[in-house]
Design a protein around this ligand. Structure first.
Ligand code: FAD
Length: 304
């Protein structure tokens, strides 16, 4: 029986692992992706994590992982697919995709988020045939080609700036008249010659033959289209909470309700990182959450 099972090996999970190991808790980090390091590994450059200005997201996440390993963290590559109470009604049983089960006194749930889909015609058909949700992962396929980035927030502009060094032209398609991203990113986009803005525009259809060749959108009530070989959707995120449904209380957007202590409505389950209700979803808040959660776990184990 574990003291704590950490579900998710991103920034929050790795920070929780470091604090759990230093507290000598019997712990395990479960991560579903091969070599998964969480979403920050998809970022080309991180400029807001203290002391490591300009580090690549992958290098930052790898450093977290190395640190966790150094203090003795144990990892398992598999997906948690079910969480239920054990017969004692106190401890938890977590079932993995492999069918294996893990018994644990507490869970720190740090499963993060995934990118929202547009749900328009052609999206499923051309997914992985030109449509991507990760510029860092797939950008290299579009050398000297024209691509679109859908969205107007930090992630969309970060993706566009990254792609501007690979692709020929990048069209940012955004439904509002102005971008939502921070001013630093907006300035970088303005200064980048091969990024073009298509504002007040709502995508309605992806088209092509076997591979994506264009996107249709409505701009000021008029249907228009552009030819593109690739499209990167960055219109927000959805929390990974399927296995917590009916177990812990969620807010109307599906985030697990918890403050910085990570305490949820389910006794013995704590949440850290992007998956919980909070104002700022960043690496620095995710790592802080991981640390705070382990403090909550220690207190919980003392009295339960
Ligand atoms: C393109 C991009 C750029 C960004 N740039 C910055 C930046 O410059 N600075 C900054 O501070 N933040 C940035 N962020 C935000 C930052 O990445 C997140 O705030 C941070 O990664 C949250 O960490 P997390 O551990 O909560 O979640 P995640 O990093 O999403 O990690 C969750 C992990 O849980 C795993 N998982 C999910 N479900 C299961 C399951 N059932 N079983 C096992 N494992 C599971 C996932 O595979 C994943 O590895 C950026 C995000 C993106 C997408």
């Amino acid at each position: 029986m574990l003291d704590v099972l950490i579900i998710g090996g991103g920034s929050a999970g790795l920070s929780a692992a470091i604090y759990a190991c230093r507290a000598k808790l019997k712990s395990l980090v479960l991560e579903k992706e091969y070599m998964g390091l969480g979403q920050i590994a998809d970022s080309e450059r991180v400029e807001n994590y203290p002391a490591l200005y300009g580090i690549s997201g992958y290098d930052l996440a790898f450093k977290f992982h190395e640190h966790a390993e150094k203090v003795g963290a144990c990892f398992k590559e598999n997906e948690a697919v079910k969480i239920e109470k054990n017969k004692d009604k106190i401890t938890w049983k977590v079932t993995l995709d492999s069918g294996e089960t893990i018994d644990t006194k507490t869970i720190v749930y740090c499963a993060g988020t995934y990118r929202r889909r547009l749900n328009i015609k052609g999206e499923k058909e051309f997914s992985a045939r030109g449509i991507s949700y990760c510029a860092i992962c797939d950008g290299a396929f579009y050398k000297d080609k024209n691509v679109a980035v859908i969205g107007g927030g930090d992630t969309a502009l970060t993706d566009a700036i990254y792609l501007s060094k690979i692709a020929k032209l990048i069209f940012i398609i955004h439904r509002r008249g102005e971008l939502r991203a921070n001013k630093t990113l907006q300035k970088k986009v303005e200064e980048t010659e091969n990024i073009k803005l298509i504002l007040n525009s709502t995508p309605i259809e992806f088209f092509g033959d076997k591979m994506l060749s264009g996107i249709k959108y409505i701009q000021n009530s008029e249907e228009k289209s552009i030819d593109i070989s690739g499209s990167f959707t960055a219109i927000g995120s959805i929390p990974n909470i399927d296995i917590l449904k009916g177990i812990a209380e969620l807010d109307e957007k599906g985030y697990v309700i918890a403050d910085e202590t990570g305490v949820t409505s389910a006794k013995g389950i704590f949440v850290a990182g992007d998956v919980r209700t909070k104002a700022l979803r960043q690496v620095i808040t995710a790592t802080a959450d991981g640390a705070n959660c382990i403090e909550s776990v220690i207190n919980f184990l003392k009295y339960n």
